[in-house]
Ligand binder design. Structure first.
Ligand SMILES: *Cc1c(COP(=O)(O)O)cnc(C)c1O
Length: 422
């Protein structure tokens, strides 16, 4: 309340009276956010105050099934007991050293993550975008120092519809006008080719190409799955042309698709994994680049860094996340619940749903644009107690936490069916 009163644009007495009599906590919080938070998002009108597992509770005590799971940052659900325990015990011991010194958490985390990915080395960062930037720097340095590309000439091939984060370099090679507009001048050195078209990709490779940076399944674009065999073709092409295959598995990885990595669905091993989101267990931002020594070995002291990257708290949580993944239990659950989700969604085809793309517990659902936009669908699902987010146009993305039970998948499907019938 005192915050509101301090803001010149709000806090009139009438406003306070209105709030007390209205009892609308949701409205209060939303108007506070509208007054004080920059508008780079347009959140749905729900104010979350608590969460556990696959469920969140708003400030009025209403419960919702979380079928977005923080864009897959919450693959293990909210407040997973193992992850919370790891964070809590680390909080009471050591939280930050900076990389100027060793900590007793970083080595164990990086070892376990490297082993999970079948690679030699890990470079820990914080956010996904930082990990993508790190992968870009890795590829360029590898190009100059290992492949022998003349300095300053390296090119990286990226895919139409990509989403790799929000830094100025990353949005430079986005083809989404919303993400790019008025942020120039843009970083050069990227070539954009259609997603899923191996001939176009092959035609774009030159002697100066150092990497192909791709999402094995494009999340933000609407869970777009490439044609069968494309990833394997990219692997073969990049190997043949001495180009690094860089898989941004920030959203697709760590169990979401029913496998540890989405690349596993095609038996493909990229040169570089870029990881984030779920690696932080929904608790702290943790990201990483994972690759063999012949690639990540290009870094020397001082050539790259991060104040917080690999901090003991992040490492403790990240190691606990890897501990959950090595059992295979979550991948298995994503597969079995994913089968239910997919078959339920397929039943809606032709009944207000135009297309369904499903891998594990991850689905892009194209609602008939005549009926409603994705935003409207998300809004109506919210009213039915289910949280999702639209991607583009009339597509919604479903990515419930991998801890969901059969009954919860049914709730999600029932809510969707109900809103399409209404
Ligand atoms: C979310 C995401 C990113 C960016 O991660 P941030 O933590 O938001 O910087 C990069 N790539 C993909 C595929 C993502 O889904």
């Amino acid at each position: 309340m005192s915050d509101t009163a301090a803001h010149p644009g709000a806090g009139a007495i009438g406003d306070a009276v209105h709030r007390v009599t209205d009892h609308s906590l949701t409205r209060d919080h939303i108007s506070l956010a509208q007054d004080w938070v920059a508008s780079n998002y347009s959140p749905l009108p729900v104010v979350i105050a608590h969460a556990e597992g696959a469920w969140v509770t708003d400030v009025e005590g209403r419960r919702y099934l979380d079928a977005l799971a923080g864009y897959s940052a919450l693959n293990f659900g909210h407040l997973h007991p193992t992850l919370v325990a790891a964070a809590r015990s680390q909080l009471e011991r050591l939280t930050l050293t900076s990389r100027a010194f060793h900590s007793d958490r970083l080595g164990p985390f990086c070892r376990d993550l490297a082993v999970l990915a079948g690679k030699d080395l890990v470079l820990p960062m914080n956010t996904g975008a930082e990990a993508v930037e790190t992968a870009i720097k890795t590829a360029r340095r590898w190009g100059y120092e290992v492949k022998g590309v003349p300095d300053g000439r390296a090119r990286i091939i990226v895919l139409a519809g990509n989403f790799h984060g929000r830094t100025t370099t990353i949005i430079s090679f986005s083809d989404d006008p919303l993400a790019r507009e008025h942020y120039g001048p843009y970083t050069p050195g990227f070539d954009l080719v259609p997603f899923g078209d191996i001939d176009a990709l092959e035609a774009a490779v030159t002697d100066e190409t150092v990497a192909v940076l791709l999402e094995p399944i494009q999340g933000e674009a609407g869970v777009i799955v490439p044609p069968q065999g494309w990833l394997r073709d990219v692997r073969e092409l990049t190997r043949r042309r001495n180009v690094l295959m860089v898989a941004d598995e920030i959203q697709s990885g760590l169990g979401r698709t029913g496998t540890t990595f989405a690349c596993d669905l095609e038996g493909v091993v990229p040169d570089i994994y870029v990881l984030g989101k779920a690696l932080g267990g929904g608790i702290v931002p943790v990201s990483a680049v994972v690759a063999d020594r012949g690639v990540l070995g290009v870094f020397t002291p001082g050539s790259h860094g991060s104040t917080f990257g690999g901090n003991p708290l992040a490492a403790a949580v990240g190691q606990a996340v890897v501990g959950l993944l090595v059992t295979g239990e979550y991948q298995q659950r994503a597969r079995s619940m994913g089968v239910l989700l997919e078959s339920g969604l397929r039943e809606l085809l032709g009944h207000g749903v135009d297309a369904v793309r499903c891998r594990g517990l991850w689905a892009g659902v194209d609602i008939d644009p005549q009926l409603m936009t994705g935003r409207e669908a998300s809004q109506r699902l919210l009213e039915r107690g289910v949280l999702v987010k639209d991607t583009h146009g009339s597509t919604i993305r479903l990515a419930p936490p991998l801890v969901v039970e059969e009954a919860e998948v049914e709730i999600l499907l029932a809510a969707l069916g109900d809103l399409l019938r209404a």
